[in-house]
Design a protein around this ligand. Structure first.
Ligand SMILES: *[C@@H]1O[C@H](CO)[C@@H](O)[C@H](O)[C@H]1NC(C)=O
Ligand SMILES: *[C@@H]1O[C@H](CO)[C@@H](O)[C@H](O)[C@H]1NC(C)=O
Length: 393
């Protein structure tokens, strides 16, 4: 009896502490921050009025504020046309999205909807939703990306949803030190070019604790990127997590480089690809080096582990051996089921081959219960531990 009372008291104390902690965390996000509420600038939460000017006015005032500034979008349905939130700003900036934001059917910019550019110290958060309303887009081709982060230093993007984008949901471009977590991305599995998160020309980017279901790559890591870490991401439907594609543009050797990537503790369900490296079969040079995929669970995936140096989504393509070098790639503790017979496909360039591949503890079978197989072409490396399917390295 006494034990129980003590326990209950303990539980209550813990709960109170937890409430205090959560409260402190929320308060912390706003502490010393000046709030710039878009409604005070005339934004209307009626789901149809164009609030672009109000959003921009709130941002511009916040950007001039010498201190911590927070643009706040309260609950409600807002509509804005293409907007560029431009820095540099006087202090650190926050964009706290509590409501739901949508574009009109026809956007004034065919390539992007919401862009943050040249901001040092940016937080985008608030549990709100960016709804690209792709179904209302009159453009026959994939059009505006929903959220673009361009040349941001020190950014945190968390607790937001992006749904129904007209092109990629989010692009990180030319950024340094970005932390993304608790992000939900959703688009129909058959929607074209709706990459979840594209990361290009950026360094020190972490994506963690997020759920991505889309019609293209869940995450694509593109040229000129290094020190990129993905963990605890659920991907499906979609085309998996991709490095590349690389080698598409001529004379781009310095930019077609991806190094220092880790993908850890991720789950893929019902995707076309799992962990993929893709390069075009062109004479354009480049380098993919020092990647580790570890603790990867693949459930019912068409091509679970794949290096494709003949990437050609719309044949015919220029077919010369790829000039992109692939080196030091480790797959460690990868398990699950494949929807195709070939669970491990390492199809490397005849020109350079792939070097320094490591397969460690691979345990894959076919979805139908049969043994899977591996395919290697010009792939060089080592194997350790469990190997199912039997390796071809
Ligand atoms: C490989 O990448 C990891 C993760 O970014 C990094 O810590 C490590 O220093 C890199 N190793 C080499 C040899 O570049
Ligand atoms: C591997 O690439 C070659 C070209 O080098 C291509 O002809 C072949 O179909 C590919 N094999 C597989 C199994 O994808």
């Amino acid at each position: 009896m006494e034990g129980k009372v003590v326990l209950r008291f303990g539980t209550i104390v813990s709960l109170l502490l937890l409430v205090a902690l959560v409260g402190a965390t929320i308060a912390n996000a706003y502490s010393n921050a000046k709030v710039f509420d878009v409604r005070r600038y005339g934004a209307k939460p009626d789901g149809k009025s164009d609030s672009s000017e109000a959003f921009l006015a709130a941002w511009n005032d916040a950007c001039k504020y010498e201190g911590k500034a927070r643009v706040v979008v309260p609950p409600g349905e807002f509509v804005t046309d293409a907007i560029m939130f431009l820095g540099p700003c006087k202090g650190s900036m926050g964009f706290i999205m509590k409501g739901r934001l949508s574009p009109p059917d026809r956007l004034s910019d065919s390539g992007k909807w919401i862009t943050f550019r040249y901001v040092n110290g940016l937080m985008v958060s608030g549990h709100g939703t960016f709804d690209g309303r792709s179904y209302a887009d009159p453009s026959p081709k994939p059009s505006a990306m929903s959220l673009r982060f361009e040349f941001i230093n020190d950014g945190v993007i968390s607790h937001i949803r992006s749904v129904n984008s007209r092109n990629a949901h989010m692009q990180i471009y030319g950024c340094n030190k970005i932390r993304m977590h608790n992000i939900l991305i959703k688009a129909p599995g058959n929607s074209k070019n709706t990459d979840g998160i594209k990361i290009g020309a950026s360094t020190d980017v972490h994506v963690t604790n997020s759920v991505i279901g889309t019609g293209d790559d869940c995450i694509a890591i593109l040229g000129k990127s290094s020190d990129i870490h993905v963990s605890q991401v659920f991907c499906g439907p979609g085309h998996g997590i991709s490095i590349g594609s690389m080698g598409y543009y001529p004379n781009n050797e310095k930019n077609d480089v991806v190094t220092g990537v880790t993908v850890t503790d991720c789950t893929f369900r019902g995707t076309t690809d799992g962990v993929r490296i893709k390069t075009w079969a062109t004479p354009n040079a480049g380098l993919v080096q020092n990647l580790t995929f570890s603790n990867i669970h693949l459930d019912s995936v068409d091509n679970p582990i794949i290096i494709d140096q003949e990437y050609c989504p719309k044949p015919p393509c220029n077919q010369v051996p790829s000039h992109i070098r692939i080196e030091d790639v480790t797959y460690d503790n990868v398990w699950g089921t494949s929807r195709s017979a070939v669970a491990v496909k390492l199809n490397c360039s005849k020109m350079y081959g792939c070097k320094g591949l490591v397969l460690k503890d691979i345990n894959m079978i076919q979805k139908n219960g049969l043994d899977a197989t591996s395919f290697c072409s010009n792939a060089v490396g080592a194997t350790h531990g469990v190997q199912k399917p039997s390796p071809c390295l």
